[in-house]
Design a protein around this ligand. Structure first.
Ligand code: NAD
Length: 254
């Protein structure tokens, strides 16, 4: 489907948009004149982010747990009331628990699945029908969804399932003008990385990544923006690793 409206008319939804990679993605859309709704469970950080973006007419902050159907539906109503349309959805909200298989509790497993997997399922189900002009969905997965390594039973499994969901959605939504793709970031310096990457994990990544460094949120946002744009109009059901060559090198993490 060829899009005819100016990009400035478009509206992007970014889940987990209050900080880190999600906030950089929001800035990418805003820099191109698009309007953005940020959905985040952390109301205080969200309020700070909306204030820092300082574009009141262009940004809507919505306190929302993406794993809760009623909250997602309420957010969609608020977006339609404020902006009247939806063109892109970035399922970025995520949580990480890095623990050995036998130490991961069922509650931790469910928490990771509820956010990383249920959240993307629910948001796509609620926001895709609002993309009546066509649209794009990008799921933020991870290299941990492409490769198995220790400590990532819940996180890696949730991201691998999110990659398969990407293909399921691409196949079902392609004929209504909605493309669905995934970005698989390598390690990125954010609050999440500060919480779960021990010095040993950091050293492993530095050894395994040909470019020898962590990525930045902006480097992930550039790939997400491309996949949402007309430049990617025939890209559907794909996984784009933005990882400094980690996946290509095939060097295993412990
Ligand atoms: P982050 O922890 O800095 O930000 C995540 C945001 O999601 C936070 O604002 C948080 O409040 C929000 N969030 C968490 N649970 C939510 C929920 N239930 N509903 C709504 N919002 C919720 O993390 P980040 O590093 O910016 O990660 C963003 C995405 O990128 C995640 O999906 C993560 O798995 C993925 N990722 C991150 C890295 C990395 O190294 N940082 C690597 C690969 C993939």
């Amino acid at each position: 489907m060829t899009r005819t409206e100016p990009t400035s008319a478009r509206v992007a939804i970014v889940t987990g948009g209050a900080r880190g990679i999600g906030l950089a993605i929001a800035r990418w859309f805003l820099a191109r004149g698009q309007r953005v709704a940020l959905l985040d469970i952390d109301g205080e950080t969200l309020d700070r982010a909306v204030a820092a973006l300082a574009q009141p007419g262009q940004v809507l902050g919505l306190h929302c747990d993406v794993g809760q159907p009623q909250q997602v539906e309420a957010a969609a109503r608020a977006v339609m009331q404020r902006f009247g349309r939806v063109d892109a959805l970035v399922n970025n909200a995520g949580v990480a628990v890095f623990k050995p298989v036998l130490d991961t509790s069922f509650e931790e497993w469910r928490h990771v699945m509820a956010t990383n997997l249920d959240g993307a399922f629910l948001c796509t189900q609620v926001f895709a029908p609002l993309m009546v002009h066509g649209g794009a969905v990008v799921n933020i997965a991870s290299i941990s969804g492409l490769r198995a390594s220790t400590l990532r039973i819940a996180y890696g499994t949730s991201k691998a399932a999110l990659l398969h969901m990407t293909r399921q959605h691409a196949v079902e939504l392609g004929n209504v003008g909605i493309r669905v793709n995934a970005v698989c970031p390598g390690p990125v310096e954010t609050e999440m990385a500060r919480q779960v990457h021990s010095p040993a994990i950091r050293a492993d990544y530095h050894d395994a990544i040909p470019q020898g460094r962590y990525g930045t949120p902006e480097e992930i946002a550039n790939a997400v923006g491309f996949l949402c744009s007309e430049e990617a109009s025939y890209v559907n059901g794909q996984f784009l690793a933005v990882d400094g060559g980690f996946d290509a090198a095939g060097v295993g993490l412990p």
